[in-house]
Ligand binder design. Structure first.
Ligand SMILES: C[S@@+](CC[C@H](N)C(=O)[O-])C[C@H]1O[C@@H](n2cnc3c(N)ncnc32)[C@H](O)[C@@H]1O
Length: 299
């Protein structure tokens, strides 16, 4: 069945994935104004609210969970700048874990992308992201928000395109994926080198398998084992790994991973150049010949 027919016959509600439309803020979407309102485990993050969202006072909302995972604005802006020079044929960016919108907003404001698809499983968190992107003046036509499981979305994109709303049937050859999954698992806070096989709820293999046909950026804990990342390098390619720092301390690392086999809709191998644009102020290659490790101050 052709995609247009499917759409005409069953209507938009029958698609497994479709644009979320504008979601209402819920009681879980909070804009705390003073420390006295803030749960104790979030107070540390609330104290840093202007580093996280410089426009916080304009009405930025987060769920209590979202405070733990949101990418601070300077880091999100640095990653967006680093993707500025990616292969010009790449026009679509998919943010697989949109959260409260930290990265999606930075990507949208960078002006680099024609279309951004931002996927988030939790409706209240997605409503916060939509609210926050309005505050930052993101053009609503640029971002398609989707509520759902992004792993399911990628499976559908690759195997069952007709089950996606037409707006979500992007060409994987022209698409870059950005993934900032939740971080957790044994040793994530304590180990000097974090074993990405044990990362929860999604480990390195699950993430890489989901996106391997596309250039992708994995946003990972700063202590992640880069030897494990190096093993993902396609034959003859290197994976740039950047540590993003605020006030001299690394907040996280991002690995810029080329597609393994990237066939466009025309069946031809797509070109791929996914490299951070920033000139690293420090670079070392001893840990593995397949990674280029660098450090990037953002503030
Ligand atoms: C670390 S946060 C992302 C933060 C985001 N980059 C930001 O700056 O706000 C991870 C998010 O992924 C969402 N999530 C977890 N599993 C998911 C899945 N399978 N599909 C889509 N979203 C998921 C969580 O609800 C959470 O909001």
């Amino acid at each position: 069945m052709g995609s247009a027919n499917f759409h005409d016959i069953v209507g938009s509600d029958a698609f497994a994935f479709r644009p979320a439309g504008e979601l209402p803020l819920t009681d879980d979407c909070r804009h705390y104004e003073g420390k006295h309102e803030v749960p104790w485990d979030i107070q540390k993050y609330f104290a840093q609210r202007y580093s996280i969202f410089s426009w916080y006072d304009e009405g930025v909302c987060l769920t209590d969970d979202a405070w733990f995972g949101v990418t601070p604005e300077p880091v999100a802006n640095a990653i967006a700048a680093d993707l500025q020079d990616s292969e010009s044929s790449k026009t679509v960016l998919i943010d697989a874990f949109a959260g409260a919108g930290g990265n999606t907003i930075a990507f949208a404001l960078s002006g680099r992308w024609e279309h951004i698809i931002a996927i988030e499983r939790d409706a209240s968190t997605l409503a916060c992201a939509q609210n926050n992107s309005r505050i930052y003046g993101v053009d609503p036509a640029m971002v398609t928000w989707v509520r759902g499981d992004s792993f399911e979305y990628f499976r559908a994109l690759i195997n069952r395109r007709h089950t996606l709303h037409p707006k979500l049937r992007v060409d994987i050859a022209t698409t870059v994926v950005f993934a900032s999954p939740p971080w957790g698992g044994p040793g994530y806070r304590s180990d000097d080198v974090f074993d990405l096989r044990t990362m929860q709820p999604y480990n390195l293999k699950q993430l890489h398998d989901a996106y391997s046909l596309m250039d992708h950026v994995l946003f990972l804990p700063r202590t992640s084992d880069i030897r494990q990342i190096a093993r993902l390098a396609p034959e003859g390619r290197k994976i740039p790994v950047v540590q993003y720092c605020m006030q001299g301390a690394s907040k996280a690392m991002a690995a810029y991973i080329p597609a393994t086999a990237n066939l466009g809709q025309d069946g031809k191998q797509a070109s791929s150049r996914i490299r951070p644009a920033s000139r690293p102020d420090h670079s070392e290659n001893e840990s593995s010949p397949s990674v280029e490790n660098s450090t990037r101050p953002t503030q």
